[in-house]
Design a binder for this molecule. Structure first.
Ligand code: 5RP
Length: 242
């Protein structure tokens, strides 16, 4: 019998569904929890599975904090109650955040922000007791920042000065352009994105801090703190956790 390899989208669905089921089974996702919900075509599968468990009455009183308009709309459609991170019942901390990633290195350091939601994604991830990442096999890399460009969110007024400082840090930067919209991508928080590539492997933990020290930078897509539990799905239909 011929076994067909899973497509990338099928792997995303498998990773998201398996992760949520496994976390619920182990009591790491429970009724009454405050849960951060990431953004993108992988994270949405985790959100969908959570919604299914809520609709089936297996999880109750889940309070979600979303990281983008996209995920907020999905929660509205699927009946997941959404709160601000500042709401009284949330008080700035989350029990768990589940999200996708653009690159994951061998020590579970990440690049995120392919969907330009890195600012709210990092606020959720870094204020969560547990951070979970779900991914298809294409996201696992040896080094961060040499293949997928690191997104840096910056205030538009500082576009040129920030790009110059990033070049001093060895990055080649490109202003992210909109699709079917003339001009740059404007993030959910009203800023621009500079996508930065390095020719050689970099110290992502040091750069995460150094980039954020540039005046005009709002946030960057290196996630090297609060290392996640990662669920990956392979094209052969197997899943792994690390
Ligand atoms: C959005 C993100 C996403 O999690 C990341 O881009 C992965 O996206 P996808 O799951 O669609 O491949 O960081 O800002």
């Amino acid at each position: 019998m011929k076994i067909t390899a899973m497509t990338q989208d099928e792997q995303k669905k498998l990773a998201g569904t398996h992760a949520v089921d496994s976390l619920v089974e182990r009591g790491l996702i429970r009724s009454g929890m405050k849960i951060g919900l990431g953004t993108g075509s992988t994270a949405i599968h985790g959100v969908k599975r959570l919604a299914e468990l809520i609709q089936a009455g297996k999880l109750t009183d889940v309070r979600a904090v979303v990281t983008s308009f996209q995920t907020g709309i999905a929660c509205e459609d699927w009946g997941i109650p959404v709160y601000s991170l500042n709401a009284r019942g949330i008080a700035g901390t989350l029990d768990l955040t589940i999200d996708g990633a653009d690159e994951i290195d061998g020590e579970n350091r990440l690049i995120k922000g392919g969907g330009a939601a890195l600012l709210r994604e990092k606020i959720a991830a870094y204020n969560s007791k547990r951070f979970v990442v779900i991914a298809d096999e294409s996201k696992f890399v040896k080094h961060l920042g040499t293949a997928f460009a690191l997104p840096v969110e910056a205030v538009e007024e500082a576009r040129t000065s920030v790009a110059a400082r990033l070049a001093e840090l060895g990055a080649v930067c490109t202003l992210r352009e909109g699709v079917r919209k003339a001009g740059p991508v404007i993030t959910d928080s009203g800023n621009i994105i500079l996508d930065c590539l390095w020719k050689e492997p970099v110290d992502s933990a040091a750069l995460e801090k150094d980039i954020n020290a540039i005046v005009g930078v709002v946030e960057n897509g290196f996630f090297t703190q609060n290392r996640p539990l990662v669920f990956g799905a392979r094209s052969d239909g197997t899943v792994f956790e690390r």
